[in-house]
Design a binder for this molecule. Structure first.
Ligand code: AP5
Length: 258
């Protein structure tokens, strides 16, 4: 079912997730398929967003990235951006984690995205033990169960090279890489023609802070999910489609997908 030449950048608009719960998503109604409810774990730059895009195209699950919410807020005009959101963007640019209370308030506001009939792919959330416990509580009140937590693994030097070469479209947020996924026209998005830029938090000084936050706050979540039988470790070497294939195989082995 996976077509290697499919356009990786086509995605649903996720308006309720990115802009707020009063917005309606213009996603096509999902076919009656089994919903996937997955958390994608892994260090910054390992390729979680790339895999989430592939998974969301091949399943009905919606790609829910907390980082994307903060980046989308950047394009709001000042009067629509709350002080908490403005502060969150400062944390993000430095590479620090946004405080739990801000992230959790944002998630609770968007609780209905976790009940989406196509399921969800949480990318970049949870990132701390407090967030993982809050997610457990929220899902329990909705009677929704996680299927699996996928932990993508890659050596640090390869992660740094993925981060330093990443370029992102200012308009549609499509993700490229100067060597492994170059656009057809330099610095121009293949999908919408927008300008491609380097993320502010991909500068070396922010990357160091992000890696340290990952090791101290997020990596311990492996120990949180392992005893619950939810953890699946996936080798993140190779092309995005190879990694996607590995992910789907692991889900099939556990009878999480058909
Ligand atoms: P977030 O946006 O979640 O960033 P991240 O976790 O650091 O992850 P990245 O988006 O950097 O990388 P990725 O793993 O998605 O890799 P990608 O697919 O792009 O968070 C940003 C910030 O927001 C945080 O630092 C924090 O401040 C804040 N924040 C967000 N959520 C929060 C939370 N819950 N709590 C507190 N703070 C929060 O790939 C990277 C590059 O590699 C791309 O160029 C891609 O084209 C390339 N690539 C991907 N796969 C491959 C492959 N297989 N081969 C070759 N190249 C590849």
């Amino acid at each position: 079912m996976c077509a290697e030449d499919a356009n990786v950048h086509v995605t649903s608009d996720r308006a309720a997730w990115l802009v707020g719960p009063s917005n309606k998503c213009s996603n096509p109604a999902p076919q009656p398929v089994r919903p996937y409810r997955l958390v994608l774990l892994g260090a910054p730059g390992v390729g979680k967003g790339t895999q989430a895009e592939l998974l969301s195209q091949q399943t009905a699950a919606c790609h829910l990235s907390t980082g994307d919410i903060f980046r989308a807020a950047k394009s709001l005009d000042a009067c629509r951006c709350t002080p908490a959101m403005t502060a969150a963007m400062d944390y993000m640019h430095r590479g620090d984690l946004v405080p739990d209370e801000t992230v959790l308030a944002i998630l609770r506001e968007r609780g209905k995205c976790l009940r989406c009939s196509g399921g969800f792919l949480l990318d970049g959330f949870p990132r701390t033990l407090a967030q993982a416990q809050a997610l457990d509580g929220l899902l329990a009140t909705m009677n929704v169960k996680l299927d699996a937590v996928i932990d993508y693994r890659l050596p640090m030097d390869e992660i740094i090279s993925r981060l330093s070469g990443r370029r992102t479209c200012v308009k549609c947020r499509a993700v490229y890489h100067v060597e492994t996924r170059p656009p057809q026209v330099e610095n121009t998005c293949d999908t919408c023609g927008g300008e491609l830029v380097q993320r502010e938090d991909d500068r070396p000084e922010s990357v160091r802070v992000r890696m340290s936050a990952y090791l101290h706050s997020t990596a311990p979540l492996i120990e949180f999910y392992q005893p619950r039988g939810l953890l699946i470790t996936v080798d993140a070497h190779g092309s995005p489609w190879e990694i996607f294939g590995r992910t789907m195989r692991e889900l099939r082995v556990r009878e999480i997908c058909g």
